[in-house]
Design a protein around this ligand. Structure first.
Ligand SMILES: NC(=O)c1ccc[n+]([C@@H]2O[C@H](COP(=O)([O-])OP(=O)(O)OC[C@H]3O[C@@H](n4cnc5c(N)ncnc54)[C@H](O)[C@@H]3O)[C@@H](O)[C@H]2O)c1
Length: 255
């Protein structure tokens, strides 16, 4: 925890003393996870491409921050190594960053496909490999990957995105199998439609109504809905939970 960090009155310290690295933390779901983990006492290093934004959030949380393009595997590896040195180790890795550049299958370019997989999946593999080496040495740790309900059910114009999120679910399962013997848990979260900048460009009132109607709860997700699941998975409450793809979709997906 950096100098000048302020705990909020609601802090209950479920992550006190835990060292966490969060990717894609400048805004949206990642920023909400950062605020939640900070409230619960974690020491944080936030990674994002949006340099000024992530530095500004980190400053309010007394956290560290690093600007990195997760499409660059070598830079990603370097950033995670640096974050682990800054924190003096790592207990929680949240692989949250992801992109969605919608395109119909017949117009989808190889460049869009590759960039989506580089950021949504390959970066996650790189950070997991590096973080888990540290976690193995201390015989404990937890990794949380951001998948999507798209990885389970797909959606038109998202062939590349849905395939990348299905890959995240598979990577999560195999990571859980291989890292479990080292007392490391690995889970992913499958959010439904979350109200963030992702998808904002196409979010008409009609679209919000249509998607809300798909949920038995009749609404879309807030970032806090997803951050609360991340908190559960990062906490001791989830110590016997690994290899899972947890839906936070308001019941849009039930498997
Ligand atoms: N919003 C949704 O409806 C929704 C639904 C299911 C899953 N998700 C997943 O949740 C995660 C977060 O999504 P969000 O809605 O908060 O998105 P967002 O676009 O609001 O935020 C994404 C963050 O990732 C960062 N980022 C993007 N590309 C990067 C790169 N190359 N290197 C470093 N950082 C990069 C962005 O700067 C941003 O801070 C993603 O993995 C997304 O796929 C979102």
């Amino acid at each position: 925890m950096g100098e000048g960090a302020v705990r909020t009155a609601q802090s209950v310290g479920r992550l006190t003393g835990r060292r966490a690295v969060i990717t894609g933390a400048a805004r949206g779901i990642g920023a909400e996870i950062a605020r939640t983990f900070h409230r619960e006492g974690a020491d944080l290093v936030l990674l994002d491409l949006a340099d000024d934004e992530v530095a500004a959030l980190a400053a309010t949380l007394g956290a560290g921050s690093l600007c990195v393009d997760l499409a660059d595997a070598a830079a990603t590896a370097g950033a995670v190594e640096q974050a682990i040195v800054t924190l003096g180790g790592i207990d929680i890795l949240v692989n949250n960053a992801g992109i969605l550049n919608m395109a119909p299958l017949l117009e989808l370019t190889v460049e869009n496909w590759d960039l989506t997989f580089d950021i949504n999946v390959r970066a996650m593999f790189v950070t997991t490999q590096i973080a888990s080496r540290s976690m193995i040495a201390q015989r404990q740790g937890t990794i949380i990957n951001m998948a999507s309900m798209g990885g389970k059910i797909g959606s038109p114009n998202q062939a590349h995105y849905a395939a990348s999120k299905a890959a995240v679910i598979s990577l999560t399962r195999v990571s859980a199998m291989e890292l479990g013997p080292h007392n490391i848990t690995v889970n992913c979260i499958c959010p439904g439609y979350v109200l963030t900048e992702m998808g904002a460009a196409t979010r008409t009132p009609e679209l919000v109504r249509t998607w809300s109607a798909k949920s038995p709860l009749g609404r879309l997700a807030e970032t806090t809905d997803v951050a609360n699941m991340a908190l559960f998975l990062a906490s001791d409450d989830a110590s016997y939970c690994t290899g899972q793809a947890m839906n936070v979709s308001g019941g849009m997906v039930m498997h």
